[in-house]
Design a protein around this ligand. Structure first.
Ligand SMILES: Cc1cc2nc3c(=O)[nH]c(=O)nc-3n(C[C@H](O)[C@H](O)[C@H](O)COP(=O)(O)OP(=O)(O)OC[C@H]3O[C@@H](n4cnc5c(N)ncnc54)[C@H](O)[C@@H]3O)c2cc1C
Length: 316
């Protein structure tokens, strides 16, 4: 049997962006349902950093606090996957877990986050978020002064090297899929005292989520403590597409295009967090959630006003 829920706003995705939007809306006495599959992007990490006032908080603990805060303002949270979406402005239907629940809502906030498309090298996925990292701001401090290997993926390899060279004197660039450096780049790498290894990487030698070494074609192994990779960032766009939206390609991946207040090209549908901004960290994602929550509330307030005037004008 299908459970039916009704709300002013359905928020798809209960990470930092979705929960922040839900809190902003709940505090304005909007009825809100959050549908969340419970797979936030930073789940593998031990702690979330650059989070003022909550530095290093475990990611799942942060979201548990966020859910409790949202619930305190009457937000209903459904654990499940949005598996379908239909309708238009004022009358959307969100399907959860293939018909287990239907949420009817006037507006939709997409806070579905993104998937990190990782280089296909054995060991990368196993150690992702611990010994294998991508973001110097998220976990660079934790690997300072360690032996850091950068796994090149494209022409941006030198840009991956720079922030980590600031954190450690022991950085090796494995070109792997990156193009041969130009003469100028060879000089820059030499000036930074960054070793360059040109044969392709065969695998990472891992122990649980810790990296022990990088092994190249031919079997030579280079001991290392951390490996930096460049994921391709692919926003989860299935719900947006079901509602008629088209994803946008960028040099870094795929996202949902929106204006600075999160308004998408589909009337009644907003986007917050990584789904609309591939570079947004936790605070920026939560901030965009608050902005979107405020924007959706304003939009609903204008719709409610128009409706009130219509009712007042109707002859008794
Ligand atoms: C390994 C790693 C470590 C990181 N560390 C840091 C850090 O230290 N500091 C920092 O600021 N940033 C960090 N980040 C970035 C951080 O993860 C993102 O900024 C943040 O998660 C974005 O929040 P979000 O709400 O947009 O998406 P997410 O946190 O990914 O949340 C999206 C939620 O939506 C749900 N969802 C998706 N599709 C559906 C659907 N169809 N139906 C229902 N639910 C759905 C997902 O299951 C998930 O729960 C890190 C990223 C990675 C990969």
């Amino acid at each position: 049997m299908t459970a039916l829920m009704q709300a002013d706003v359905v928020v798809v995705g209960g990470g930092p962006a979705g929960l922040a939007a839900a809190v902003a809306l709940g505090r304005s006495r909007r009825s809100v349902v959050v549908v969340d599959a419970g797979q936030p992007r930073n789940a593998p990490a031990a702690g979330a950093h650059n989070l003022l006032g909550q530095e290093g908080v475990p990611p799942l603990e942060l979201l548990a606090r966020g859910r409790a805060e949202a619930a305190a303002y009457g937000v209903r949270i459904v654990t499940g996957q949005t598996t379908g979406a239909s309708g238009a402005l004022g009358e959307f239907t969100i399907d959860v877990d293939h018909g287990a629940t239907h949420v009817l809502a006037r507006r939709v906030v997409l806070a579905t986050g993104l998937v990190d498309d990782l280089p296909i090298v054995p060991g990368v996925e196993q150690a992702w978020g611990r010994g294998v990292l991508h973001c110097p701001f998220c976990h660079g401090w934790e690997v300072r002064d360690q032996r850091i290997a950068v796994l090149g993926r494209n022409e941006n390899a030198l840009h991956q090297v720079l922030p980590f060279r600031q954190l450690s004197d022991d950085v090796t660039l494995f070109l792997h899929d990156a193009p041969e450096p130009t003469d100028e780049q060879w000089e820059q790498l030499a000036a930074l005292r960054v070793r360059v290894v040109t044969p392709r990487v065969e695998r990472l030698v891992v122990d649980g989520a810790q990296v022990r070494a990088v092994e190249i074609e031919g079997g030579q192994a280079f001991e290392t403590d951390a490996v930096v990779v460049a994921p391709r960032f692919v926003a989860r766009t299935a719900v947006f597409e079901a509602l008629g939206g088209e994803p946008t390609s960028t040099p870094f991946g795929v996202q949902i295009a929106a204006d600075p207040r999160g308004t998408t090209a589909v009337p009644g549908v907003w986007v917050a967090g990584n789904a609309g901004d591939l570079m947004a960290m936790v605070v920026a994602s939560a901030a965009s959630g608050v902005m979107v929550g405020a924007a959706v509330h304003g939009d609903l307030a204008l719709a409610d006003l128009a409706q009130a005037v219509r009712v007042r004008r109707e002859p008794c």
